[in-house]
Ligand binder design. Structure first.
Ligand code: 5GP
Ligand code: SF4
Ligand code: MG
Length: 448
């Protein structure tokens, strides 16, 4: 998911719209904006892309100088409408709105506690739990958000909007990114820095792991709700999820990906004619590989940008007849060639197999698959859909077996050490590669 907020800025809803549109790669299922004016909050949300949910007229009907927004990619919580964010609680004194990126791993425990205390939930998402927790705590809004943050285990970058103020919290491990930037006499806050650059803002500050940043009374105040531990930023943010122009923990995503490509090449001795990347997320790594290996970079695959998640994919029968809507090979480029094909990750293995076939059908002589991340062997509990253990091809097979399954001429993954090296000094979560989770894990209300 992606979150964005605008604080103390004219037309905050419109600014949030631009921010969300720029974060659209983080979620395409649903989109929403909540705008505050004093104690009241107005919310508009719906299924689909940000551009489908909002029109200029709708945005003009949302006046106010404080807003938060969300683009949704559902992992937990299902697709029902009640789970679309922002989630708003109506209060006697004031309304509260919340947007959340991440996954709370002790959500069942917290939900049971709240239900026993009489809370009723509208949806099944963990974000609603957080909202109830904040409502139940005592003290100022900042204190309530802080107390809540301390009880949450897992991954969260959360924005809370209440009474013309925004409270931003980031989980103690820093699993999900969150930054803010000064804009006019206010601020914007967002999951990725690419959303600031589109607004012409080129400097930003990261919310630190374990930090609460309060945007209130026209100024910023920073608090550690917990002492900052070691950072465990989700490695998949760099590998696949984030946009290449974003900077996370002072490291540019494109730079990181190029470095993974360079390291893959350094460990490789394959003889090939061209290097290609799978658009869009693997192009940076392919460029890095080509630069380091001396094998020329080529555009061997073209992506149809308009195939979204809601696009009706061809049936198996149509696919068997060659109907492939998402990717096409450039025949004249790959025909007769030995190709190094770089992809960012293998989850279920179906994508790689399809692309190898596509390239071979277009006449490629050999296809050597290089993956710019390690083998995924464990599920993610922190909000990335790397699916269940049973579905992970890397949990069932070794490299040789995967190579055979995807019908490649050779296959290599990146080592976990090289992945960490590519991140330089940034501490990473690598749990889906090595099974070492940085938080406690819970199952149905019980700590594992
Ligand atoms: P699979 O191996 O399951 O067929 O798919 C892997 C491909 O899916 C990769 O090329 C990656 O770019 C893309 N992908 C889509 N969503 C995700 C995600 O949430 N995590 C990862 N690691 N890859 C994803
Ligand atoms: Fe990211 Fe993998 Fe950690 Fe999940 S387990 S947060 S996908 S690195
Ligand atoms: Mg891909």
């Amino acid at each position: 998911c992606g979150v964005f907020g605008a604080y103390h800025i004219q037309n905050a809803a419109a600014i949030t719209y631009y921010g969300l549109h720029t974060l659209q790669h983080r979620g395409q299922e649903a989109s929403g904006i909540a705008v505050g004016e004093g104690a009241k909050i107005q919310v508009r949300k719906g299924k689909g892309l940000t551009i489908d949910v909002f029109t200029r007229e709708k945005l003009e009907q949302m006046p106010g100088k404080v807003a938060v927004g969300h683009v949704r990619y559902s992992t937990a919580g299902g697709q029902e409408n009640a789970n679309i964010q922002p989630i708003v609680a109506r209060g006697r004194v004031h309304d509260v709105a919340i947007v959340h990126n991440g996954q709370i791993v002790n959500e069942k425990e917290l939900r049971i506690e709240l239900e026993e205390a009489g809370c009723i939930f509208q949806g099944t998402s963990d974000s609603e739990i957080v909202l109830h927790m904040i409502q139940k705590e005592q003290g100022t809004m900042r204190e309530r958000v802080m107390k809540t943050a301390r009880k949450l285990v897992g991954a969260f970058s959360i924005l809370v909007l209440c009474e013309d103020a925004i409270y931003a919290i980031r989980d103690q491990k820093g699993l999900r990114p969150l930054s803010y930037a000064k804009m006019q006499d206010g601020y914007v806050i967002g999951s990725e820095t690419c959303a600031f650059e589109v607004l012409g803002l080129y400097t930003h500050t990261d919310v630190k792991p374990g930090e609460l940043v309060e945007f209130k009374d026209g100024i910023v105040r920073r608090f550690d709700y917990e002492p900052a531990g070691e950072t465990h930023l989700c490695a998949m943010e760099y590998i696949y999820f984030a946009r290449p122009d974003s900077v996370i923990e002072n490291l540019n995503v494109h730079r990181f990906r190029k470095e993974t490509g360079r390291l893959l090449a350094l460990r490789d001795d394959v003889e090939a004619d061209i290097v290609i990347g799978v658009p869009d997320s693997s192009l940076s790594a392919a460029i890095g590989y080509a630069e380091a290996s001396g094998i020329p970079f080529e555009t061997g695959l073209v992506k149809n940008r308009f195939v979204g998640r809601t696009f009706i994919q061809p049936t198996q029968a149509l696919r068997d007849r060659g109907v492939r809507m998402k990717l096409s090979a450039i025949g004249p480029i790959v025909a007769g060639k030995s190709v190094v094909m770089i992809d960012d990750s293998i989850v279920r293995g179906t994508t790689s197999r399809r692309i190898v076939r596509l390239l071979k059908d277009a006449g490629a002589r050999e296809v050597h698959v290089r993956i710019a991340s390690p083998v995924i062997t464990s599920p993610c509990f922190y909000g990335v859909d790397t699916s269940t253990k049973e579905e992970l091809i890397g949990a069932r097979m070794d490299e040789a077996a995967i190579c055979e399954a995807i019908e490649a001429d050779s296959l290599r993954f990146m080592s976990i050490d090289d992945l960490k090296a590519a991140a330089g000094g940034v501490g990473l979560c690598t749990a889906c590669f090595d099974g070492s989770y940085c938080t406690d894990l819970y199952s149905y209300g019980e700590k594992l």
